[in-house]
Design a protein around this ligand. Structure first.
Ligand code: FAD
Length: 405
């Protein structure tokens, strides 16, 4: 009989894990507490390392009609709009790192993952089901649901996000540190902005104590806005909270009109307080393992949280596929060893980026941004090289030869 995994959480990480485990022949069940599988109205950038995994999972064809491929990634001064860096991305990403760099609405990515999973194994996702705890038994794990029901499996995967119940049981309550930043988010139809639409590239707008990111989703029709501002008056870590437009405009007062125009035309603006967490000492215990934000929440300033959860899912399946007689506990320990160095580096660089984007004074900005500007002009290849360790990762096929599932 094939082994069975219970995956707690039907977000990007949990659905990816379900697909990858099915591809290596496991039986899977995804438990999602929400009444339906859905995502917030926001965009997500998927760098070439994530796209390579989505290709291996055969999810990319399902995303083609909704994704957007930016020609370049740019860094602009928030107030003047002056370009600091223009990094060609569209063809360069495929040429240098072996896959595309895409921007996509979260709901479209989730729909693609759900459709792929449904094809591999219909009826694997159980919504409206909250996991409360787990216990170990001789050959596996028992997941206890909030309504008292018990589910047995060979492996339980905690893909239950930043406020993970499974992580809390495994390692105790986490100790998030408020970074002193909040993130605004909004989606606005590009045509509503007319000439004031931000460039159709991946734009990072930098300035004193704040930065913003504008991207495109829904095949370029929607502008996705994220604005990160140093503020300590509000500390709720939730995607769902609405904020006031006036408040957001005040945060970016004096900034480039193209950015203000996005805020002005947004129907709703949401805000989220940004917390940082130190790397965890382990993510596995007997027949239970963590992935995605449950294992390594990271700041959004490298656009890697979702990408790393997709990588986790794939590498977990790789390790389980290669598991020998010492079985699942050894395989998930190998997965942790395989992943920890990489995600810790991503966590660290994400925190560094936040400081880089928020340089507090003009002299500090000149000191930090002048070399970026010069490198972009004289040696763009060198700037791209800095991302080789991240985007250039090679993923061995999960199935050989590729199964036509
Ligand atoms: P989640 O998406 O949080 O999914 C967890 C799921 O588990 C949820 O559906 C939840 O309902 C469910 N759940 C929780 N508890 C239980 C339970 N007890 N029982 C059952 N179900 C449960 N990443 C990128 O790669 N690129 C980007 O451009 C990017 N931009 C970002 C911008 C911002 C402002 C922020 C804040 C983050 C950004 N990220 C980005 C990070 C990314 O959003 C997350 O890292 C990613 O969504 C994590 O996926 P996950 O599946 O691990 O967790």
């Amino acid at each position: 009989m094939c082994p069975k995994a219970i995956i707690v959480g039907g977000g990007i990480g949990g659905l990816s894990a379900a697909i990858c485990l099915r591809l290596i022949g496991w039986q899977v069940r995804v438990l999602e507490q929400a009444p339906k599988i859905s995502e917030v109205g926001a965009g997500v950038q998927i760098s070439p390392n994530g796209v390579k995994v989505l290709e291996e999972m055969d999810v990319m064809p399902l995303l083609e009609s909704s994704l957007f491929e930016p020609d370049a990634i740019e860094i602009l001064m928030g107030v003047s709009g002056r370009k600091l860096l223009h990094l060609p991305m569209k063809d360069a990403a495929v040429h240098r790192w072996g896959a595309r760099y895409i921007q996509i609405h979260r709901a479209d990515l989730i729909a693609g993952l759900t459709a792929r999973l449904a094809k591999l194994a219909p009826d694997t996702v159980q919504v409206g089901t909250q996991a409360a705890s787990y216990t170990h038994h001789t050959h596996g794990v028992r997941v206890v649901l909030k309504d008292g029901t018990i589910e047995d499996a060979d492996l339980a995967i905690g893909a239950d996000g930043i406020h993970s119940t499974i992580r809390n049981q495994m390692l105790g309550p986490d100790a998030p540190h408020f970074t002193g930043n909040i993130a605004w988010r909004a989606l606005v139809p590009a045509e509503r902005l007319g000439k004031l639409a931000p460039p159709a590239t991946g734009c990072i707008w930098v300035g004193c104590g704040k930065h913003a990111v504008t991207t495109r989703v829904r095949a370029g029709e929607l502008v996705n806005f994220i604005g990160v501002v140093e503020r300590s008056d509000w500390k709720k870590e939730s995607w769902q909270t609405e904020g006031s437009k006036q408040d957001a405009l005040t945060d970016f007062v004096g900034w480039d009109q193209r950015l203000l125009s996005v805020i002005q035309h947004a129907k709703t603006l949401h805000k989220w307080a940004l917390f940082d967490r130190p790397p965890l000492p382990y993510w596995h215990e007997k027949h239970v393992v963590l992935l995605g934000d449950a294992a390594h929440p990271m700041l959004p300033s490298m656009a890697q949280g979702a990408v790393q959860s997709i990588e986790d899912a794939y590498m977990l399946a790789q390790c389980l596929k290669e598991a020998k007689d010492d079985g699942i506990p050894r395989a998930i320990a190998n997965y942790f060893d395989e992943r920890i160095k990489r995600v810790t580096k991503v966590q660290r660089v994400s925190a560094q980026n936040l400081r880089l984007f928020h340089k507090p004074s003009l002299p500090a900005q000149i000191l930090s941004y002048a070399p970026v500007w010069l490198a972009g002009k004289l040696a763009p290849g060198l700037v791209q090289k800095q991302n080789d360790w991240l985007y250039g990762k090679v993923f061995e096929p999960l199935t050989t030869p590729k199964l036509n599932l």
